[in-house]
Design a protein around this ligand. Structure first.
Ligand SMILES: [Zn+2]
Length: 423
């Protein structure tokens, strides 16, 4: 039995496990958000605010989709022509073509090219976000953020590349098995350490100050049976006027984070409502579910890449088809890997958003049940939408393609359905 035979078998098993995990753990039943309630909610939102949110998004669209198209085009040019292989060779040349230099520096160069060609569009988007008063960042602070995220990406990416090509050299026939296991472990590790290692690079987190709100939030978590050591406040106002909260990490790194903007913009009851939603994520283990699905999907992706490496035509396009060469497992094929990963990411986006919306709807239902206060839940949704300039009822195609949360009017309608007792 050849490694290739085993790879097909393991990939099949992974896909079955992925389907079973998704079927069992994702809350496919969504609480009702009747369209009539949605339209009624939309009608009650201030007309000028809705128009302004829609104008904001239509101004952002060319930059967003332009960046997506340009990033894809760049990845395809580097991956489906010999240009990527040429770039990796070029970057490795000063180091005598050393494989580590090719793998780490060549790999980062390929990724950097794709990032840099979309940078002007990101800058254009920033001007729009500033003009609409959402971003509070001047160019200096914006550039520092961009540089920081490149640096974080380079460290994580560099280590991943080094690990991957070390495995390829140690196990030239079975690298896909170790690579798949390693990539899955990396996803789990990142999800665990990002909140304590990477998030502090971008924001400062301080425990919420003592007072009635903090006492109420800790009591809410207790009543919910979710152990929460602390509610952290992020200094988001250095960057944005938008309000938000989230839960990240798991086990000892789990934290509930509230933006400082939320404490100034929203009423204490509304903060309670948002934290009740985040407690829903914590209670249902949503970070773990996302991590498990991400790890399984990444492992399947590595094996898929290995199998695509038997497709001579594809290797020929990328200029890495020389007989006896490493083919897709060599550093010169990094451009091809980036192109395939970009395609997979774009194709998987709508599925990811679909899953996310179901998980978010469950957290909303949890918040409603925990607080028993649909009126505050609704006023919080209204505030999120008006302060953040989100389109309360976005175009269907965009919603299906990328919405990670139910729309504002869906969330308001869910509160109305709850208030009536349909659940
Ligand atoms: Zn959520």
């Amino acid at each position: 039995m050849t490694p290739r035979f085993w790879a097909v078998g393991v990939l099949g098993v992974l896909v079955v496990v992925l389907v079973v995990v998704a079927a069992a753990l994702i809350p496919w039943h969504r609480p009702p958000a009747p369209r009539a309630d949605q339209l009624a909610a939309l009608g009650e939102l201030p007309r000028d605010k809705v128009a302004r949110a829609r104008a904001f998004h239509s101004e952002l669209r060319p930059g967003s989709y332009g960046a997506m198209a340009l990033g894809l085009a760049g990845a395809l040019v580097l991956g489906l022509t010999p240009l990527g292989a040429w770039l990796v060779t070029l970057v490795g040349r000063p180091f005598g073509g050393n494989w580590i230099a090719q793998a780490v520096l060549g790999g980062l160069a390929v990724v950097l090219v794709v990032e840099v060609i979309t940078l002007p569009l990101a800058a254009w988007r920033h001007t729009i976000v500033v003009r609409y008063g959402i971003s509070t960042q001047f160019w200096g602070a914006w550039a520092v953020d961009v540089a920081k995220s490149y640096a974080v990406g380079a460290v994580i990416g560099g280590l991943a590349l080094l690990g991957f090509y070390t495995v390829v050299r140690l196990a030239p026939r079975w690298w896909w098995a170790f690579g798949a296991a390693g990539a899955a472990l990396l996803v789990v590790l990142l999800s665990f350490v990002l909140p304590v290692v990477v998030e502090p690079i971008f924001n400062k987190f301080t425990p919420m100050a003592d007072g009635p709100l903090r006492t109420e939030l800790i009591a809410l978590a207790d009543r919910d049976g979710v152990p929460v050591r602390d509610v952290l406040v992020a200094d988001a106002s250095r960057r944005t006027r938008a309000v938000n909260a989230y839960v990240s990490g798991f086990g000892p790194t789990r934290r509930i984070v509230v933006y400082d903007t939320m404490l100034t913009e929203a009423t204490p009851d509304e903060v309670v409502s948002v934290v009740a939603h985040e407690l829903g994520h914590a209670k249902d283990g949503d970070v773990l579910i996302g991590t498990a699905i991400g790890a399984l999907g990444t492992a399947a992706g590595v094996i898929g890449l290995y199998l695509l490496g038997f497709w001579g035509w594809l290797l020929g396009l990328a200029g890495v088809a020389e007989p006896g060469g490493p083919g897709i497992a060599g550093p010169r094929a990094i451009g091809l890997l980036v192109a395939l990963a970009t395609l997979a990411g774009l194709a998987g986006g709508p599925a990811q958003a679909f899953v996310s919306r179901h998980i978010e709807a469950r957290a909303d239902a949890h918040a409603l049940a925990l607080t028993g206060d649909p009126a505050t839940f609704e006023s919080m949704q209204r505030r999120l939408s008006t302060v953040n300039l989100s389109d309360p009822d976005p175009p269907t195609w965009e919603y299906l393609m990328s919405a990670s949360h139910p729309s504002t009017v869906e969330r308001m309608a869910a509160a109305r359905a709850y208030a009536r007792g349909d659940r």
